[in-house]
Design a protein around this ligand. Structure first.
Ligand code: NDP
Length: 425
């Protein structure tokens, strides 16, 4: 096949709206975010844990490179690639593509979570020192960052052999830095193996809860038993990951799969950012034990429960409505028509705010930070970053919906004026 340079030629660099700060963002983000990951891990493991102190005073045992980290990382990714290929679970079709076809995806992420969990527990039972992940955290993050860069280069190069209808509309500006960052090819595949779908919810997301478990084991090594705060953080985040994999099919309709190309932004997010920054609370607790009262724990569990309820109910309501608007659970909800033939919900969860799922997600994010107490800012990094991410994501989605639905979207916005927080934003 010839490289798809003609696919690029008919789109000038001005045709495509640029996101994330355009070329400047595409240069700065791939430098700044990997350094942020390493900085935050380093801060989480030094006693002061001050994000304002530079450079952080690292434990003397810390090192950047360890060949074991590379073996563990590649072994982990390979294990999940094998589990992806196992004929388990059902096969679902994605949304219709621009050429009228639909791709098939294995829905076996939850199986992968369970099987890799059992394998891990067997290893722990055989004496594998899972707590050593604490020592290995920085070199593991370095390897994940390096793998993200190399993989993104591979994706960028191979995208020139993809047919032009297989390219993401936003990743074709012709500016190599921006296209490398935002991603050119929409659904890169090796045979039936979908690289974006594989990375989206498996090695990084499951890796996150394994790192959490490693931090718990380290706490056991150091103090004889896990703390209540560590147990809560592990349970809350495991619930979140298990929920995402249980509802894996829903990812097929998300912006990441439907709209975004597969480039550095998603690769790095999936393989490095998520596992190493989302596990910061557990890493923090290893070095900064917190005394948590049962009453405090009960309040935090209630907050996580409310957040999870809003998150799950609102996501399920929209997914059900999009799959089958005549289903009894959604048939009686009030809707408005759009010129595309699709309708928009204006009652139920989606009549409360325009992104009730983000509201629930943010309440959970707060519940994950609270067990870490109030002495440091670092454990709140996730909820602060996530608020910014979801506000930005809401803005991106809003622009896409306005482009898709025009006047009907304006009517929806008038009917449901708040975006994420009722009466606030
Ligand atoms: P959403 O699930 O919020 O979907 C947005 C889409 O829903 C819109 O593009 C539109 O698509 C449809 N929609 C919007 N309003 C309505 C309405 N009133 N009625 C019917 N359909 C509507 O997208 P995300 O992918 O952003 O979020 C999915 C979940 O993932 C969220 O819970 C979010 O919090 C979570 N998330 C978590 C992240 C993390 O790092 N932990 C990162 C990003 C997201 P259409 O009309 O075409 O169907």
């Amino acid at each position: 096949m010839r490289p798809n340079s003609q696919g690029l030629k008919h789109k000038s660099s001005h045709d495509t709206e640029r996101e994330f700060g355009g070329t400047l963002g595409a240069i700065c983000i791939p430098v700044f975010l990997p350094l942020t990951v390493l900085f935050l891990i380093s801060v989480s493991r030094c006693p002061e844990a001050s994000v304002l102190k530079w450079p952080p005073s690292l434990p003397s045992t810390d090192h950047l490179w360890d060949p074991l980290a590379l073996v563990v990382l590649l072994g982990w990714i390979s294990l999940h690639a094998l589990l992806y290929l196992m004929p388990l679970g059902k096969v679902s079709e994605g949304l219709v593509l621009r050429d009228g076809t639909r791709l098939k995806y294995p829905i076996n992420g939850f199986h992968s979570l369970c099987i890799s969990g059992v394998l891990l527990l067997l290893l722990v039972g055989l004496g594998a020192p899972l707590g050593y992940l604490f020592e290995l955290l920085v070199p593991l993050a370095v390897c994940a960052i390096a793998v993200s860069f190399l993989f993104s280069v591979y994706l960028y190069i191979r995208s020139f052999w993809a047919p032009s209808h297989a390219l993401a509309l936003g990743g074709n500006t012709g500016n190599p830095l921006y296209d490398f960052f935002i991603g050119r090819e929409l659904n890169p595949r090796i045979g039936n193996f979908d690289l974006k779908y594989f990375c989206e919810l498996r090695p990084g997301l499951i890796g996150w809860v394994v790192i959490n478990l490693g931090m718990l084991m380290k706490e056991v090594e150091l103090r004889g038993s896990p703390s209540l705060a560590m147990i809560l953080v592990n349970c809350f985040q495991l619930l979140y990951v298990a929920d995402a994999l249980w509802n894996e099919e829903a990812v097929l309709t998300t912006m990441d799969i439907v709209h975004d190309g597969f480039g550095f932004m998603l690769v790095f997010g999936d393989l490095a950012w998520v596992p190493f920054t989302y596990s910061l609370q557990a890493a923090f607790l290893v070095v900064h034990p917190q005394a948590l009262s049962f009453l405090g724990a009960a309040a935090i569990i209630a907050l996580n429960g409310v957040g999870y309820y809003i998150f799950r109910k609102s996501n399920s309501q929209k997914n059900q409505f999009r799959r089958d608007p005549s289903h009894p659970s959604v048939a009686r909800l009030e809707t408005i028509a759009t010129a595309t033939g699709k309708r928009l919900l204006v009652s139920g969860w989606w009549g409360l705010v325009r992104h009730p799922n983000y509201l629930g997600d943010l309440l959970m994010a707060l519940a994950w930070s609270l067990p870490c107490g109030f002495s440091h800012l670092l454990p709140y990094f996730y909820v602060i970053y996530f608020t910014i991410l979801l506000i930005h994501r809401e803005d991106r989605d809003e622009r896409q919906c306005r482009a898709k639905y025009g006047l009907a979207w304006d009517t929806y916005c008038r009917r449901v004026p708040y975006r994420i927080f009722p009466y606030v934003y």
